[in-house]
Design a binder for this molecule. Structure first.
Ligand code: ATP
Length: 246
């Protein structure tokens, strides 16, 4: 079955044209049921990693030069974005990018299309409404009228409608007030408790390390540090560079 599948990135090298090598031999895993975090400064290659995972690299003139991406042993690299979603790996894009002119309800229905007739649509909807009651209250409002935090919730809800086994989160707390960022963090933890694995890309290293089981540090396209999140949170290097202490 799909649940039980580890998302594995192995030796991934990605370039944009001839000039820019954005990732170099990146290897990491998102085991079933875990939260895995990737930390890194601006330009480290975090977004590129997510583009490679979601099959959208070619839209940005990027290409995988070497390496593999697999889910439960099945190769994902080379699939189109819809194929990746159908396989169970669904991205919540940075900046949220909900369909502003569509209603909340219509956005959620658009997300469900990704599941391609797999059963369980009603359960997915119930789950989203339980996680984000505000989306039920605002079902008929245009998504563009929601607050930033509510749009993040809608983007996450839309992704969950596709019933992912792995959810890819790109900076989910970016630009949100601290209280809203905390709420989003709590929701990520709850989504994970319900059995969905999460790959979390976050500038907010403190939040990411609190939520994650395992974390990786990406620097100029390479993984330079990997380990249990609590060990990384205690390391001098991470504290100085990403947590702003010491
Ligand atoms: P940020 O947090 O600022 O989004 P990031 O860690 O996500 O940074 P990427 O956006 O993946 O980093 O960028 C990695 C490198 O690839 C950078 O040097 C960037 O300039 C380059 N890059 C990203 N997209 C393209 C593109 N479409 N064409 C050429 N170079 C690109």
């Amino acid at each position: 079955t799909k649940a039980g599948a580890t998302l594995a990135v192995s030796g991934l090298t990605v370039s944009y044209g001839k000039a820019v090598r954005a990732l170099r031999e990146v290897s990491l895993e998102v085991p079933e049921g875990t939260v895995t975090a990737v930390l890194g400064a601006n330009g480290a290659g975090k977004t590129t990693l997510l583009r490679a995972l979601s099959g959208t690299l070619s839209f940005h003139r990027g290409a995988i030069e070497a390496g593999t991406i697999t889910l439960g042993g099945r190769t994902l690299s080379g699939l189109r974005p819809a194929g990746v979603v159908a396989a169970g790996v669904v991205q919540v894009p940075e900046g949220r990018r909900v369909f502003g002119r569509l209603t909340v309800e219509e956005n959620l229905r658009a997300g469900a299309l990704g599941a391609r007739g797999r059963p369980g649509g009603d359960a997915a909807r119930d789950r989203v409404m339980e996680l984000f009651p505000v989306l039920g209250e605002r079902a008929r409002q245009r998504a563009g009228l929601l607050s930033g935090g509510e749009q993040q919730m809608l983007a996450m809800g839309r992704a969950l409608m596709a019933r992912p086994s792995v959810l890819l989160l790109d900076e989910p707390t970016l630009g949100l007030a601290p209280l809203m960022a905390e709420r989003i963090g709590e929701t990520v933890a709850e989504i994970n408790r319900q059995g969905t694995a999460v790959l979390l890309i976050e500038q907010n290293a403190a939040l990411a390390l609190r939520l994650a089981t395992t974390a990786h540090v990406l620097e100029v396209g390479e993984v330079t540090l990997s380990g249990p999140a609590d060990e990384l949170a205690a390391s001098d290097e991470v504290r100085r560079r990403y947590l702003g202490v010491g």
